[in-house]
Design a protein. Structure first.
Length: 99
């Protein structure tokens, strides 16, 4: 995978403001790769190799948190994002508009 693509994805993630979330598909659309939501997840899985990015602010299309990452919910709650239940964010309330 080209580093320029990785940094393009991570630069969008870096723009997500505190207290908001974005979806994998939303990030894919913002970089002009509408059908590549899984690619976004793959890049976020290795993001720590490229610096510190707020990857905890990215959820799936239903607002579901990453399975097996219990700290994600904690980090979001510390930023003022309330969870609907133990595994979901209310996208209507907290989704970043991504302008």
């Amino acid at each position: 995978m080209e580093e320029s693509l990785i940094y393009e994805i991570l630069s969008v993630v870096a723009e997500i403001p505190e207290g908001k979330v974005a979806t994998y598909g939303q990030i894919a659309r913002l970089i002009g790769r509408d059908k590549n939501a899984r690619l976004i997840g793959k890049v976020l899985g290795m993001a720590e190799k490229y610096g510190e990015y707020p990857c905890h602010r990215v959820v799936n299309h239903a607002g579901r948190l990453v399975p097996g990452w219990p700290d994600q919910g904690v980090l979001l709650q510390q930023e003022g994002v309330e969870l609907k239940d133990s595994r979901h964010v209310d996208l209507k309330q907290y989704q970043w508009d991504g302008c």
